[in-house]
Design a protein around this ligand. Structure first.
Ligand code: B12
Length: 450
């Protein structure tokens, strides 16, 4: 439980030495309770008090990891219930469910989809991160051969081993421990053996119970063993129940500061409906509230594009537009005769435009002035993308030393800037480009040919 300012004050040496930068120990304690400073700033605190404070001032939700090397992921660590209050930090990861009683054809189809999906948006490469394996046959060899087949065919995925049998779990972990798998299936009956296995291999342990109350008691038992790398599942396998579980677990952790529920949770969307569009809708909901792992039956491109884009949008800091650094960027082997385009420093706009320029195969330059991190029209309406800011960038980034053409292509949406820019940059000609970036490849080919 979090401590309040007075409780923290009682742990301090109360010397009012001011060495922490605060006028009194009480002022320091109050700030510490709000998370505005760190306990280490007090040079005279006992080790015991430090340990107590570290526990009390730790974020209400634990940060855990799974995977290994290039495919290591972080979950949890959230501090707010709503994105606009601050920001969400660790995006959920997508898993595709495999079962060892599934037909070979279906397994092949899912493998193929996992290997096909690769979506790059705003410079982030997105793909399916996890393959979940449910042992339904209770046949160890059959289960292991499924895990082997899928992990060999999809080298990037991290396995999630789902079984309630410690013996099968141990065998499964044995063949993929180097991938940092998630071990899912610790319950009331097996939790001691499952915890030992997770501890030994430093794995994220999925804890499952029938209902929130049972889960709460089970997590307390697990915490008493000292193992806290946990992933929660309150057992609901329908939309209404799982949504209720997610919201209650997160609210208990963040609003009541109760760390028993201060762990990430998993949503088994694959069990909520067999309809693809319904799974898409459920997964969208759980991106926002509040799953850290979302298990789907399958994912093809028509599901991946909206899910990945939504996840990326939700898990960015709402107070900071995703910006790219101002400057002049080369696309392809541009030289001093290549076309020069100007756009804004809003990352979404830049990557759409640079993607289309690449697609045109016409080597070009892209100039990025300071536009406040906004889209073309937003920046223009806010007075941040205009003749003066563009002319300033032309000078600041010494564009005239790189491009000899003295021609600048501006976005079609701000055609009104043409004559103002020509006034600001004597000797330059401004060409109004297309309104949409998708039309740029044709435009550039014609522009280059003229
Ligand atoms: Co606003 N906003 N907004 N806004 N906003 C809109 C832009 C719009 C059009 C809404 C409207 O009224 N219909 C108006 C502008 C109207 C106008 O002046 N013509 C508007 C306004 C008025 C404002 C405010 C002034 C409102 C206010 O406060 N009174 C403020 C200004 C900000 C400020 O003062 N602080 C405002 C604020 C915002 C917020 C909420 C902050 C967000 C901004 C997020 C951000 O930009 N980082 C916001 C948004 C999201 C929008 C909205 C809905 C989408 C903008 C967007 O993201 N577009 C639009 C409405 C709309 O467009 N549907 C209104 C997507 C990007 C990728 O598009 O940058 O234009 P883009 O790039 C495309 C093209 O221009 C082209 O390619 C891209 C893809 O096709 N392109 C090209 C880009 N560069 C180049 C370069 C070349 C050479 C070429 C050829 C093509």
């Amino acid at each position: 439980m979090a401590l309040n300012g007075m409780q923290i004050y009682k742990l301090l040496p109360r010397k009012n030495c001011k060495e922490c930068g605060f006028p009194t120990c009480l002022a320091f304690a109050m700030k510490l309770a709000q998370g505005g400073t760190e306990a280490e700033k007090c040079p005279y605190m006992s080790d015991e008090a430090k340990a107590q404070l570290a526990e009390a001032t730790a974020p209400p939700m634990k940060t855990v990891k799974f995977g290994a090397n290039d495919t290591e992921y972080t979950l949890g660590g959230e501090t707010v219930l709503f994105r606009h209050e601050k920001t969400f930090v660790n995006r959920p990861r997508f898993a595709i469910m495999f079962s060892d009683i599934m037909a070979q054809e279906e397994i092949e189809k899912k493998i193929n989809n996992i290997n096909t999906i690769n979506y790059t948006r705003i410079n982030e490469e997105m793909y399916v991160e996890i393959a979940a394996f449910r042992c339904e046959s209770q046949d160890k060899d059959r289960f292991i051969s499924l895990i082997k087949k899928v992990t060999e065919s999809c080298p990037k995925v991290v396995p999630m081993i789902i079984t309630e049998s410690p013996e099968i779990a141990e065998a499964a972990v044995g063949i993929c421990a180097d991938k940092g798998p998630i071990l899912f299936g610790a319950n009331e009956q097996n939790y001691e053996a499952m915890t030992d296995l997770a501890k030994e291999n430093k794995l994220l342990l999925g804890v499952t119970a029938d209902g929130k109350e049972n889960l709460y008691t089970l997590v307390q038992k697990l915490q008493n063993t000292g193992y806290k790398e946990l992933l929660l599942d309150a057992g609901s396998r329908n939309l209404k129940g799982a949504f209720d579980d997610m919201v209650n677990i997160r609210r208990t952790a963040l609003l009541s500061g109760d760390r028993t529920f201060g762990y990430p949770a998993v949503a088994f969307v694959c069990d909520m409906s067999q309809d693809k569009m319904m799974q898409l809708a459920c997964a969208s909901l759980f991106i926002e509230k509040y799953a850290s792992i979302i298990v789907l039956s399958d994912m093809d491109y028509s599901m991946a594009l909206p899910l990945f884009a939504l996840r990326q949008n939700i898990f960015t800091d709402p107070q900071r537009p995703m910006r790219i650094e101002q400057g002049i960027y080369k696309v392809g082997s541009a030289d001093e005769e290549s076309p020069l385009l100007v756009t804004v420093d809003f990352a979404l706009t830049y990557f759409i435009v640079s993607g289309e320029v690449e697609r045109s195969k016409v080597p070009s330059w892209i100039l990025i002035p300071d536009a406040g991190g906004y889209s073309v029209l937003t920046a223009w309406a806010a007075g941040k993308f205009n003749a003066k800011s563009i002319a300033k960038a032309v000078k600041e980034f010494e564009v005239e030393n790189k491009v000899k053409t003295r021609e600048l292509i501006i976005p079609g949406k701000v055609a009104v800037l043409k004559s103002d820019i020509e006034d600001e940059l004597p000797g330059w000609k401004v060409t109004v480009g297309t309104e949409e970036a998708a039309a740029l490849p044709n435009f550039l080919k014609k522009y280059k040919a003229k």
